[in-house]
Design a protein around this ligand. Structure first.
Ligand SMILES: Nc1ccn([C@@H]2O[C@H](COP(=O)(O)OP(=O)(O)OP(=O)(O)O)[C@@H](O)[C@H]2O)c(=O)n1
Ligand SMILES: C[C@](O)(CO)[C@H](O)COP(=O)(O)O
Length: 250
């Protein structure tokens, strides 16, 4: 007998947690990275708009720099965002992982699908966001957008000091490697359990799910979903925005 009380997958509410509390050391001196302007608008606003552009996302939780939650709330209030989406701002932590966990702690109980998206990936296309959501709703506990690599990757013995030569120990088969982006999508219970269970530092949320022994699948990423990490990435992001304006005729 079917349980009619449970929502169908397409009805499961979707929330996005946007870790935006990093300092942006690799970007160089200045405001926290998420607050740096991109075409005159804070990078964080671009990222929030990118996630809120999906009609499936009904809540966006922004995890702000610990001492910048009020400023981030003001930024959200000052910029046009979709009426259909609710927004929350919470202070972040000392690591991306802790910031995501703090965002999860603020998640209301009715949200069963959770996206985790770097504020540092401000230009992700909405089709990529929707592809991640669809794969989670189709039953995948964890989904990551991913791209094939353009460069060969080498495993090395890390040098003691930057700039020193590093012995190469292996060359993984490039065809079996993917560059992983965000938003990463999860069944909520899976992600919460991963953050409760895995305490060691990891670089993405999906790897915590892997450590639970659960499957993680990829969907196609997008070259415009790149992460703004170093100064040259800002140049590229401005160029992508300029190309979009040209294509949109304004
Ligand atoms: N304590 C932290 C560290 C990072 N992040 C967020 O995690 C995302 C990816 O991290 P990264 O690109 O490394 O940002 P930063 O940590 O700011 O960069 P850096 O390592 O150069 O300082 C970013 O949106 C960043 O704001 C976060 O919310 N809390
Ligand atoms: C989560 C991520 O964007 C996936 O590629 C990446 O691991 C974040 O790395 P960062 O050093 O915290 O920017």
């Amino acid at each position: 007998m079917s349980d009619d009380s449970r929502p169908s997958p397409a009805q499961i509410p979707v929330a996005a947690v946007i870790p935006a509390a990093g300092r942006g050391v690799r970007l160089g001196p200045g405001a926290p990275k998420a607050l740096r302007a991109l075409n005159g608008t804070p990078m964080l606003i671009h990222a929030v708009r990118a996630l809120a552009a999906s009609r499936h996302v009904s809540l966006v939780i922004v995890v702000a720099p610990p001492d910048g939650a009020a400023e981030v709330k003001s930024l959200l209030d000052a910029h046009a965002l979709p009426e259909r989406t609710d927004f929350l701002v919470v202070p972040g932590g000392d690591s991306r992982q802790e910031s995501v966990r703090l965002g999860l702690d603020a998640l209301p109980p009715e949200y069963g699908v959770v996206l985790v998206h770097d504020a540092a990936r401000p230009l992700v296309p909405v089709d990529t966001v929707d592809a991640v959501i669809e794969a989670v709703r189709d039953g995948a506990p964890a989904v990551v957008p991913a791209l094939p690599l353009a460069d060969t990757v080498k495993e090395v013995e890390p040098a003691a000091a930057a700039g020193e030569p590093e012995p190469v120990v292996a060359t993984p088969e490039r065809a079996r490697l993917r560059a992983v982006q965000t938003p990463q999508g999860f069944d909520r219970e899976t992600l919460v359990r991963a953050h409760e269970t895995v305490t060691e530092d990891v670089t993405d949320d999906a790897s915590m799910v892997e450590q639970l022994g659960l499957s993680v699948v990829t969907v196609p990423g997008h070259e415009e979903a790149f992460k703004v990490t170093r100064p040259l990435d800002l140049v590229l992001a401005e160029a992508v925005l300029a190309r979009r304006r040209l294509n949109d005729g304004f």
